[in-house]
Design a protein around this ligand. Structure first.
Ligand code: DQA
Length: 146
């Protein structure tokens, strides 16, 4: 079965309470439940991980990335400066879609660049939870040879 990692970085554990006008009122559990239901329909296996620690995220990618068929990654603020995270994605070579709930290009200047994006095969920004669902559908299509 196709196995996809769903990785959320710093502060995304606070979804639902954190700046709701920006990120909405639904929680990370709501997001994961939604993805799990979609994955069931698509016959895809998901592995969820969230951490506020850059090193724990890198260790997780090292540990699980080699075995996985793809990764949906919202690095949070690490997107904008973590060369270490970028190198981990490149080192493991796991096919990665970078996802952001908000449209990072319409926000503060420092958010408009992702240092992780160049080592990802795609980037979705501004679609809320639906961005994760799109990335999951993409990986499902890919596994069917679409
Ligand atoms: C975010 C955008 C980042 O700039 C921010 O630091 C986050 C959330 C998003 O999903 O829109 O933590 O990754």
């Amino acid at each position: 079965m196709t196995k996809i990692l769903v990785v959320n970085g710093p502060n995304l554990n606070l979804l639902g309470r954190r700046e709701p006008e920006m990120y909405g009122t639904r929680t990370l559990d709501d997001l994961n439940d939604k993805l799990e239901a979609l994955a069931k329909d698509l016959r895809v296996e998901l592995m969820f991980f969230q951490s506020n620690s850059e090193s724990d995220i890198i260790d997780f990618i090292h540990r699980e990335g080699l075995e996985a068929d793809g990764m949906i990654l919202n690095p949070g603020a690490l997107s904008h400066y973590s060369y270490a995270l970028r190198d981990a994605v490149a080192a493991v070579g796991v096919d990665t879609i970078e996802v952001h709930l908000s449209n990072i290009y319409s926000r503060e200047e420092f958010r408009r660049q992702s240092v992780v994006a160049p080592v990802c095969s795609g980037h979705l920004s501004g679609f809320g939870f639906y961005g994760y669902a799109m990335a999951l559908s993409y990986f499902s299509d890919l596994s069917e040879g679409a």
